[in-house]
Design a protein around this ligand. Structure first.
Ligand code: DGL
Length: 241
């Protein structure tokens, strides 16, 4: 389907998590229109295995690209990015496609202790993509990878009691926290659902601990790819709205 600068940007996730990315996109790209696809009938993705997540991601992307004519695709889901980003790029080579990955590079730059915790789904942490990221971005850091089974689902269902219990459990595994050697001083939120629980997670760590998510870098990357493709909307842009 033909897309131009007036076409919307497609953003998707297994559920509400990608809204944390959409918020950053709306701030960085105020002239753009967005179509948000929450695949809630098939969520959560995190514990389902690669084949399932790949199939769902291709189905949703096909709907957005071929059905709704989006001019760019933001895969606002770490689990779907890990399972399917290469296939998406092979299927639509001319389309700007932005994925998300745990913010390990910024975490390495920010950490003083060299001990970083990554909270993410089991699928993301088990992926070859995450293994490569860890090898290239954090070869010397001590990374506590914490698979947070059930947390995205609890956030999705807005179950406050379960979210609280799971956050307590997973933050225990992410510690010990502190500013000394061998202590965690930086927590990477490697699932787009988790920024919605930042307040709860923070209660289980000292105030000095940093929490990093990926909304801002993803929105900057999206703007860069749209600009390079001549597809930015807005006053003065070609075909602007
Ligand atoms: N929000 C997703 C992520 O960033 C996945 C959550 C899920 O469906 O398990 O990984």
């Amino acid at each position: 389907m033909h897309a131009d600068a007036r076409s919307p940007i497609g953003v998707f996730d297994s559920g509400v998590g990608g809204l944390s990315v959409l918020q950053a996109l709306c701030e960085a790209l105020p002239h753009e229109r967005f179509v948000y696809y929450a695949d809630t009938a098939h969520a959560p993705y995190g514990e389902r295995g690669d084949a399932y997540v790949l199939a769902r991601t291709l189905a949703v992307a096909n709907d957005l690209v071929e059905g709704r004519g989006v001019k760019a695709l933001v895969v606002a889901c770490n689990t779907a990015t890990a399972a399917a980003i290469h296939e998406l790029r092979a299927l639509w080579p001319g389309l700007p496609i932005v994925g998300v990955e745990p913010a390990l590079k910024p975490a390495v730059a920010a950490s003083r202790t060299g001990r970083i915790a990554v909270l993410a789904t089991r699928g993301t942490l088990a992926s070859a993509k995450f293994r490569r990221l860890q090898e290239t971005a954090a070869p010397r850091a001590q990374v506590a990878a914490v698979p947070c089974d059930g947390l995205a689902d609890a956030i999705e269902r807005a179950d406050a009691a379960e979210t609280e219990a799971l956050c307590a459990r997973y933050m225990q595994a992410a510690g010990p926290f502190g500013a000394g050697a061998g202590e965690t001083d930086t927590v990477v939120l490697g699932c787009t659902h988790y920024p919605f629980a930042t307040g709860v997670l923070r209660r289980h760590a000292p105030a000095s601990v940093r929490f990093l998510d990926t909304g801002a870098p993803v929105s900057l990357r999206t703007r860069q790819l749209l600009a390079e493709a001549g597809l930015l909307a807005g006053p003065g842009a070609a075909g602007g709205i």
